[in-house]
Design a protein around this ligand. Sequence first.
Ligand code: PLP
Length: 439
Amino acid sequence: MTYIIHRNLRQTPPVAVGSHGMTIVDSRGRTYLDASGGAAVSSLGHSHRDVLEAMHQQIDRLAYAHTSFFTTDVAEELAARMAYDAPGDLDHVYLVSGGSEAIETALKMARQYFVEAGETQRSVFIARRQSYHGNTLGALALGGNEFRRKPFAPLLMDVKRVSACYEYRDRGQGQTLGDYTATLAAELDAAIVAAGPENVIGFCAETVVGATGGAIPATPGYFKAVREVCDRHGVLLIADEVMCGMGRTGTLYAFEQENILPDIVALGKGLGAGYQPIGAVVARNHVVQRMRGGSGVFQHGHTYVGHPVAAAAALAVQRVIQRDCLLGAVTVRGAALRRMLRDAFGDHPHVGDIRGRGLFWALELVKDRDSKEPFAPELKLHAAVKAQAMACGLMVYPMGGTIDGERGDHVLLAPPFIATEDDLGEIVARLGDALARAL
Ligand code: PLP
């Protein structure tokens, strides 16, 4: 073992020593094709020259300035660009160091929004059972992943929970999509009423569910319906786009495809595409104006907020996405990946569902396709798939039955936006090999 406290305390992972484009190389010279962008992070692939150069230039000019003394031109430019690119009046940006920090920031901002109006009794957040919002205590409390929450349960705030939008498993036989969607909106409505609308701060949801479920887009009209419920009760809608945002689904924000405007959006991963640790909260005018007109301060802050080198990396990532028309590429390549996955696994006896959007796809693995019975959690099939994929020189992001043990294993794919059709073909072929070995 090494001195690092690794995720698995009994096993040291391969040592990554180099990278280029779609691949990472380890110290034994083995090459891994990155089909998941790590955990949906590396949207531009690895060692992208433009991003590296932007970071070098920034380090040479100014590596760090604490935000209690200064702002920086690069952070201002990034925020201005993000505000310009975001729809509606999502005009205000708070830069942090990752996804969990973005969620913590969103929670505090939402609470302060009501405190500024004298509504200090508001303390309730509502989130969905099938969700992951991060590993810090606030974000962990919000998430629905029982397995991750359990050891820390006494430390976590009480969050009210509603069903996620998970058509494959939860839409009843004979139930129309419209009825299913309406049932979910009614469930949220009932949860707000039960808590007392005057006590509720916000409803938080991943626009496309990521790690806890696997690339599950909402049914048509779901987000419009929950937006309407939130509005009716004066409750904020917080979109967690840490995994699905920044182009991953073919639009910069996944919620653009739902025709809604959340009040607060959390970003991470693809914002800096792995070149630097960076996340952000993007907030609408009314949220920030109320704090500005009230106490005049946002009671929050970390040492590394607005870090100039992280901002330079994220700005370069945004420029490359626009210059190289990568949102269009995500849509086109996403359609190709979908076709390839359906051709390869559409009749596979243990692939129950193939779903996703853009370059964000998942296979749900089941013991039995007809009954949708999952594999037993004790089998840890997701771990076996990951190990076999690595043996085949492929990085994918599998997860296991984590919601009260009843939901199955899935394999998440989130390849870099620079992937060619040949890369995608190779990913699907190697995934087929890995599944054949693991199942
Ligand atoms: N929210 C979502 C939807 C995520 O997928 C993740 C990470 O996987 C997070 C929040 C937490 O982000 P981070 O791991 O950068 O803290």
